[in-house]
Write a protein that binds this ligand. Structure first.
Ligand SMILES: [Mn+2]
Length: 338
């Protein structure tokens, strides 16, 4: 098990009340919000002054977690967020691995020379934090936050509020306990979280079964009308243009999960989802088996993430992005046809 670097020093630092900021990545997902609020709900009652600051808004289906009302969305509460980051004595960086991946928040964080704590499971972390708990094999950052509590010797302090947040992070980042990194350790941690009395059935419904009618129709439309299959590469692509996103009144988080559907087809090992968002084309990639979508996205679409799940972006037109996807696919024929 990886141990937080300079753990004893960090313990000493946290022995006194501190001004602490917790940050996570753009378009925060269940793991970003769950790990951040799980850590917040542990640190705040100890007497620290803690703020969670995220670079952009996040989906409504995550807005029920304990202390959610305390979260700062950087562009919406700009001056307050900037002040909190500038005055922080310690900054946690959760579920991302490089300050240049979190936009203006990263610039503000980098401008404060205070020590940083990196807790993350993405590939190739940059070297900017004094305290690092990083493990690529971890299912989620929420799992690593629990391991941090183990290393601090404070798992007895994990109450139902903390547990609900960490459970959400693990639940979402493992795709409901299905991905290969859902280790026995993950299940042991989850067992401990359930023992705090959290309602896991309600959490599942809040997170996964809280679609609007329009969102479900968007999924149906995407699959029926917009799915392209490339059988010669065991690959598939779903794309949505601006008009379609408008027609289905798509809001933050509504398209999350669409990318997983092509992988339900037997023989499809690589799925891509492309959407024409405001000023930028957003891409999501998923794979099963050894095909490395992190490498694929880094090479062609300015992104990265994990071996089996990655994101990307492009400033080109939607048609150009799709054309480039189709153009580069043949380079990967051998890797995709395993
Ligand atoms: Mn994560």
């Amino acid at each position: 098990m990886a141990v937080m670097t300079n753990l004893e020093e960090l313990k000493g630092f946290l022995a006194e009340p501190r001004r602490i900021v917790i940050t996570s990545h753009i378009n925060p997902d269940g793991d970003a919000m769950g790990s951040s609020l799980g850590l917040y709900n542990y640190l705040q009652p100890l007497g620290h002054k803690v703020s969670v600051i995220v670079p952009s808004n996040y989906p409504d289906f995550l807005k029920w977690m304990p202390s959610d009302s305390k979260v700062y969305i950087f562009p919406y509460q700009l001056s307050e967020s900037q002040r909190l980051i500038a005055e922080a004595e310690l900054i946690f960086c959760l579920d991302y691995n490089a300050l240049n991946r979190i936009g203006d928040v990263g610039t503000a964080v980098a401008a404060n020379p205070c020590p940083k704590v990196l807790i993350d499971h993405h590939l190739f972390p940059e070297d900017f934090a004094r305290y690092v708990l990083h493990r690529v094999e971890a299912s989620s950052t929420a799992e690593l936050v629990y391991e941090f509590f183990e290393q601090l010797g404070v798992t007895d302090k994990v109450d139902a509020d903390i547990a609900a947040c960490l459970y959400t992070g693990i639940l979402t980042d493992t795709g409901g306990f299905q991905y290969p990194n859902t280790s026995s350790k993950v299940h042991r941690i989850v067992a401990n979280l359930l023992d705090t009395g959290i309602d896991h059935n309600k959490i599942y419904r809040d997170v996964f079964n809280s679609f609007t009618e329009m969102r479900l129709r968007l999924f149906g439309y995407s699959i029926t009308e917009k799915l392209r299959i490339y059988p010669e590469y065991k690959a598939a692509l779903i794309s949505l243009n601006k008009e379609e996103l408008q027609r289905f009144q798509v809001r933050s988080g509504d398209t999350e999960g669409i990318v997983n559907y092509p992988l339900k087809i037997q023989g499809i090992n690589f799925a891509a989802f492309v959407a024409d968002r405001n000023e930028v084309i957003k891409l999501s990639f998923r794979s099963v088996g050894s095909f490395d979508v992190n490498q694929f996205s880094r090479s062609h679409f300015n992104g990265g993430g994990h071996v089996n799940a990655a994101g990307g972006q492009s400033k080109e037109s939607l048609d150009k992005v799709i054309a480039r996807f189709e153009e580069v696919l043949p380079q990967y024929k051998e890797q995709l046809m395993y």
